[in-house]
Design a protein around this ligand. Structure first.
Ligand code: 5GP
Ligand code: ZN
Length: 137
């Protein structure tokens, strides 16, 4: 199976690497929303967020936070978006779980706003119940 991020981990594909340890690697996104747009990935190939073992998230989010500090302070960003697209419907294009760190500037003009939906009468409670009954700890 061909995976561009696995190729980066294995150094078969070039990338501007920012950080690496035993389990995680971070590098610049090749097509940035803003310069400095970075990615953090587990080195092991997991297709998306739900496939990643729960006990790896402490480490992953610790790296995401450290990287964000570097991006924000190093580039004097005014803000930042941290996001993960999962599944084609959500815009995932590389099917190896990753987190985007996107530096934002007051003047960059991006708007991530979508059309907001409204809940019908009693629907909020129904939806909450559906979610709660599917949570497994
Ligand atoms: P997704 O669309 O799956 O949320 O994010 C995938 C990201 O990977 C995109 O922002 C895209 O620009 C980036 N990307 C795709 N191929 C490469 C590559 O070969 N090298 C690097 N550094 N980034 C890549
Ligand atoms: Zn992969």
């Amino acid at each position: 199976m061909q995976c561009i991020f696995c190729d980066i981990v294995e150094r078969k594909e070039k990338a501007e690497i920012l950080f690496e340890d035993e389990n995680i690697i971070s590098f610049l996104d090749i097509n940035p929303f803003n310069v400095g747009h970075s990615l953090v990935i587990p080195k092991t190939h997991y297709e998306n967020f739900l496939d990643v073992p729960n006990d790896l998230f402490g480490e992953i989010f610790s790296v995401v936070q450290q990287l964000t500090k570097g991006v924000v302070h190093g580039l004097q960003a005014d803000g930042y978006n941290i996001l993960s697209n999962n599944g084609r419907a959500a815009g995932q294009s590389v099917f190896h779980c990753h987190f985007h760190i996107i530096p934002r500037f007051e003047t960059d003009g991006y708007k991530f706003k979508m059309d907001l939906k409204k809940y019908g009468n009693g629907e909020m409670n129904l939806i909450a119940e559906k979610i709660k009954s599917a949570i497994l700890f």
